[in-house]
Design a protein around this ligand. Structure first.
Ligand code: BG6
Length: 294
């Protein structure tokens, strides 16, 4: 049933009683809460979010697979964020430096085969490090029985909780080419400084460095995002007009959220049967005196 235990979140807490914790839903394999070692919430989830189908959970970290946005023929951001995942009983990898973790898996259903005719395993490990960092590792495997390769895009669509969007800047993206969804995916390049927010932003930065830094001046907090095998970065804030027409987003909430997430979109990944891909995103939340040097 839709209201059953599989629609309730799982909590992950380190054994030694620090303030950090993570909450993960089977629905979408979605992280909806991440508190750092000081017990401070780092992620945004809308007060109007729905936690069951047909809508994906608004906020947290959405897993976009096998498509990002409307860059393809499938539903927006792919189907993984609208599916009920399961516990992965035999996770194939484990980094022993992680304090605690939860492992989820998604496989194709009969229904999905009609829209994306491939057999796959999508594994997600969500872990906390001893310093309270959040680590996400996804593994995608082509299980097609015939010789058919498949191609996909992927993103950790990550909504951070910020104090005031106009006090936030993102370092590491300046001078990069980006696709601007507000200008029909036009390829743009602005030789500016850090990315700041004064109006709606819906961009996909291409071939970004492995480290992207989001500085919240008001909270005096810096979110350091490190990524592997995910060259691109999605940056999104709907601003006031779009926020008002989104049924699962509070009209004023654009002011306290920012989506910055590792992605792979410009050059989709191709896997042959038996091949596996791994994409990783790690985030630390540190005081803002921290140097943002690479
Ligand atoms: C962004 C897209 O990544 O996600 C935007 O580029 C979109 O165009 C936004 O509006 C939110 O998408 P959704 O499907 O969750 O409303």
């Amino acid at each position: 049933a839709r209201e059953g235990p599989r629609y309730r979140p799982r909590q992950v807490r380190p054994p030694r009683g620090r303030g950090s914790s993570v909450e993960v839903y089977f629905y979408g394999g979605q992280v909806t809460s991440w508190k750092n070692n000081f017990g401070e919430q780092q992620l945004f989830v809308s007060r109007k979010a729905s936690f069951k189908p047909p809508k994906a959970i608004r906020g947290g970290i959405q897993i976009c697979f096998p498509q990002l946005g409307n860059h393809g023929v499938l539903e927006q951001h792919g189907f993984a964020r609208n599916r009920l995942w399961s516990v992965d009983e035999s996770p194939p990898f484990l980094d022993t430096t992680f304090d605690c973790h939860i492992d989820l898996i998604l496989k194709q259903s009969e229904e999905d085969l009609k829209i994306w005719p491939h057999s796959y395993e999508l594994r997600l490990q969500v872990a906390l490090s001893p310093t309270g960092d959040l680590i996400l590792i996804s593994r995608i495997k082509n299980n097609n029985a015939d010789c058919k390769p498949f191609q996909f895009s992927f993103a950790y669509h990550t909504s951070f909780s910020v104090s005031d969007i106009s006090e936030v800047r993102v370092d590491g993206l300046d001078t990069l080419d980006y696709l601007d969804n507000l200008r029909s995916k036009m390829r743009c390049n602005e030789q500016g400084d850090a990315v700041v927010f004064e109006s709606e932003v819906d961009s996909l930065y291409l071939s970004a460095p492995r480290k992207i830094v989001t500085i919240d001046h008001e909270k005096k907090r810096t979110l350091v995002l490190r990524k592997k095998e995910l060259p691109d970065v999605v940056v999104w804030n709907p601003w006031d007009k779009k926020a008002k027409v989104m049924p699962d987003f509070g009209a004023e909430e654009y002011n306290c959220m920012l989506c910055v997430g590792a992605a792979c979109i410009e050059k989709p990944i191709t896997l042959r049967p038996g091949e596996e891909w791994q994409g990783r995103q790690e985030i630390s939340s540190v005081p803002s005196s921290y140097s943002s040097g690479q």
